[in-house]
Ligand binder design. Structure first.
Ligand SMILES: [Zn+2]
Length: 257
């Protein structure tokens, strides 16, 4: 099954579905509300990352419950949307970035399923390149800039970054900055699921932006981009195989010490 985790501005994608069934999945980490969408001949599990109505702040998201819920209902590949700020003047608001690496600056999150055994998962390709490729192959419907690759930085939040932090992240090679990719991407890999982020640039980061950041600006851009994002997801879902093999599904084979 294909899973979609919707970030800010993508709280529901019901317009994609022929039919919808809501389901509560009880996991050992908590209960999660998931929508099962029928799209053509496929079933797609949709989960709004910040909960219904966008009520849960980034640092309080129960990432383990979300990933476990998707795993338990049979999801094996996840596309995840993120609203991000750009660290690069050439990648302006409205651009869509399909990152191929990350920098993790979160400080206070429950970041692994393996607290009781020694597991070191490989991060040579931090996101699934098969899934990234499928998204990029179906990006014709996007009017604005689509960027293949880049480093997504994940900050703890919920505040925005300072100018000095943005300068640092830029020097370190960051392309875009958000608050929700980690530990989500790592937890998905620990559960041997393919995972690829779709980062929608809602603003320039502070110090790069000529104006002061405000959340209205973020929501305005996300609302404008939602239609394009929905068609990107729809086209990719249509093309994705549900019976397939990928290195992501065997990541634990070499992870035990
Ligand atoms: Zn994969």
């Amino acid at each position: 099954m294909i899973g979609i985790i919707g970030g800010s501005g993508v709280e529901e994608i019901s317009e994609l579905a022929d039919s919808i069934e809501k389901k509560t999945v009880d996991t050992e980490y908590g209960s999660v509300e998931v929508s099962l969408l029928t799209i053509g001949d496929k079933t797609v599990a949709f989960l709004p990352r910040h909960s219904a109505g966008h009520t849960c702040p980034p640092h309080k998201i129960n990432f383990k419950a979300n990933i476990m819920a998707l795993k338990e209902i049979g999801v094996n590949q996840i596309m995840a949307t993120n609203a991000v700020g750009s660290l690069d003047l050439d990648i302006g608001p409205g651009s869509i970035v399909i990152p191929d690496d990350f920098l993790d600056f979160t400080v206070n999150r429950d970041r692994t399923f393996y607290d009781d055994e020694v597991i070191h998962i490989d991060m040579t390709e931090p996101f699934c390149n098969r899934l990234r490729g499928a998204i990029l192959d179906n990006s014709d419907s996007v009017e604005g800039n689509v960027v293949d690759g880049g480093t997504i930085v994940c900050m703890e939040g919920p505040r925005f970054e300072t100018p000095a932090e943005i300068k640092m992240l830029s020097i370190l090679g960051g392309t875009v900055v958000g608050m929700t990719t980690l530990p989500e991407a790592v937890l998905a890999r620990e559960k041997e699921m393919c995972y690829a982020p779709i980062a929608v640039v809602s603003n320039y980061s502070t110090g790069i932006s000529p104006t002061k950041l405000n959340t209205d600006e973020v929501y305005e851009i996300m609302a404008q981009k939602k239609e394009e994002l929905i068609s990107l997801l729809f086209n990719t879902i249509k093309e994705l195989h549900t019976e397939y093999d990928c290195d992501c599904h065997h990541i634990l084979d070499d992870a035990h010490m």
